[in-house]
Ligand binder design. Structure first.
Ligand SMILES: CC(C)(COP(=O)(O)OP(=O)(O)OC[C@H]1O[C@@H](n2cnc3c(N)ncnc32)[C@H](O)[C@@H]1OP(=O)(O)O)[C@@H](O)C(=O)NCCC(=O)NCCS
Length: 243
């Protein structure tokens, strides 16, 4: 049921329970279940399914270092590995770079899950700094041996459109080879920045798989932190055709 409707109670009944759903305001819902007389308030801001969207996902790979079309970073940029497992840093980078683009899979990760992921020596986090300021990152997953995945790669909103995407990706692919990869691969989708696919292809990566599915999404991405609002470039959704 979509709940972004005009405020007012609705009563749904079946043989055993009565459910009262009141929409108090956009995406703030009060649900009372009888006979248990429990009231659950869900402030689902940004997280309630509201729109059906068609999402296309592309998987890309590069299998030879000779195929890389590199871009060097400007002098103001440094890209360094964060070698110590820091769940706080990991979550910060993930939400800061991905909050405008529906990176939501890890939002519910516990501290332990972050520690576990980042403590794995085959998982590497690299941070891009411009003039000493963290502006983006990539995470490499080398757990599959010679197949190294760029699990995440992104710039924070204020660092977009500065031609830093090319140098960041160049560093990720080069590091993949240095980790012993025979193949570096990544996936991106239509929820990511429109520059993402172009950036991968511009560096010499080739699409080896494409798939399209319809998914339920909140009608706006979560933003860089709860309540921050959406500022700067972000995904804007086109609802899927229901015909
Ligand atoms: C993907 C991302 C790193 C690219 O960085 P960017 O600042 O947007 O893009 P850049 O200005 O650095 O351009 C990168 C390359 O993409 C290509 N490109 C960008 N916009 C393009 C466009 N409109 N048309 C064609 N090519 C384009 C260019 O080849 C450019 O390379 P060049 O510098 O050699 O010309 C950045 O958009 C980002 O972090 N987005 C949010 C998170 C995300 O979507 N990550 C990808 C998840 S897989």
């Amino acid at each position: 049921m979509l709940v972004d409707e005009a405020p007012g109670p609705q009563v749904l009944r079946d043989a055993t329970v009565e459910v009262v759903v009141e929409v108090e305001a956009a995406r703030c819902v009060r649900i009372a279940v009888q006979p248990h007389r429990e009231t659950i308030v869900i402030d689902g801001r940004g997280m309630l399914p509201a729109v059906l969207v068609t999402v296309t996902t592309w998987s890309l790979e590069i299998t030879s270092a000779a195929d890389l079309r590199p871009v060097d970073p400007p002098d103001t940029v440094e890209i360094r590995r964060a070698s110590l497992a820091s769940p706080e840093l990991g979550r910060f980078l993930y939400t800061a770079a991905g909050g405008n683009w529906y990176w939501v899979d890890r939002l519910t990760w516990t501290h332990e899950q972050w520690v576990q992921r980042l403590s794995d020596q085959r998982v590497e986090t690299w941070v891009l700094y411009q003039d000493g300021t963290p502006g983006g990152y990539f995470e490499l997953d080398g757990r599959a041996g010679r197949d190294v995945e760029i699990a995440y790669l992104g710039l924070m909103p204020t660092f977009l459109n500065r031609r830093l995407g090319g140098p960041l990706l160049t560093a990720a692919i080069r590091r993949g080879w240095a980790m012993g990869a025979g193949r570096v691969w990544v996936h991106t989708c239509t929820l990511d920045s429109p520059s993402a696919l172009a950036n991968y292809q511009a560096r010499g990566m080739r699409v080896f798989k494409e798939q399209t599915e319809v998914v339920d999404l909140p009608n706006e991405p979560p933003g860089v932190w709860p309540g921050a609002g959406i500022h700067g470039p972000h995904t804007s959704l086109t609802p899927a055709s229901t015909t």
